[in-house]
Design a protein around this ligand. Sequence first.
Ligand SMILES: *[C@@H]1O[C@H](CO)[C@@H](O)[C@H](O)[C@H]1NC(C)=O
Length: 309
Amino acid sequence: MLYFQLVILAGIIMLAYYFEYTDTFNIHIQGFFCHDSSYMKPYMGPEESSAIPPPILYAVVSGVPVLVITSMESFLFLLQYVSEDLDNREKVIVMGDCCYLNPLVRRIGCFLGVFAFGLFSTDIFANAGQVVTGSLSPYFLTVCKPNYTSLGCAQYILFISQEDACTGDEEEVMGARKSFPSKEAALSAYAAVYIAIYITCTMKSNAMRLAKPLCSLGLICLAFLVCVNRVVEYRNHWCDVIAGFIIGGAIAVFMVVCIVKNFKGKAFLTEIPPEDNMDVVPMVHHPGLEDSLEKFISTQSSITFSDAT
Ligand SMILES: *[C@@H]1O[C@H](CO)[C@@H](O)[C@H](O)[C@H]1NC(C)=O
């Protein structure tokens, strides 16, 4: 079963790679109106010069969950390991679960594996949306630099749908054709929502009552800041960012609710099935009921006896 899941994960990573680094999938070429002011925002340079450059965003989005889940699970495991009575531990050994780390590793692997699966799925969703719609970013006309004279836009407002209408840098124009939905918003929303639910579901201590919402809302707020940054730098429209946020959040909720079942998983050391004490439970004694039953039976039998005689 594990190998099968690894194959699926590898397949989805390859698909994400093809979307990201190759031009296997042709971007839909969308037309535009001459002098359309919604696409004439200034160009703030390539993605690398953004306030939140992609390498840093990707590192945070994949690194922070690994860090949080690993440290949190190890902490919870140690806590339980220390507090667990010796009896129980011996039972685990007797039952053949010789490796204490087994449940810990299994839980971390499960949560992180599902996280990775969802992360690459989000990436594919966002990339597929961008390629299929070919939606133009706010700075499109700035990098496209169409020759309005040769296109005939000098007198009329025309709808330009030629593929070669742009005279600007080829790569920048292609980048400007990928706007809906915002991949950065989707990835950050996905990671933030996943970890927020993880923290909410696993932190059980009462002392952490306020730390839980603080961490969760802080993460959501960071994702929101990434979204705002995209709009402020004119790289995406508001609707792109909102759509990306919804996609990322929805995939995270789906992963948590349907795949890892709210991070319940198996308890660490208490995997021994509880002793079958169903038959030990004493029968509840109902004196009144029994008495009336006896009376009923006796009257019945007396009737039958009287009938027989
Ligand atoms: C735009 O096209 C016109 C006519 O084809 C040409 O004369 C002009 O030099 C072009 N302008 C630029 C900036 O390429």
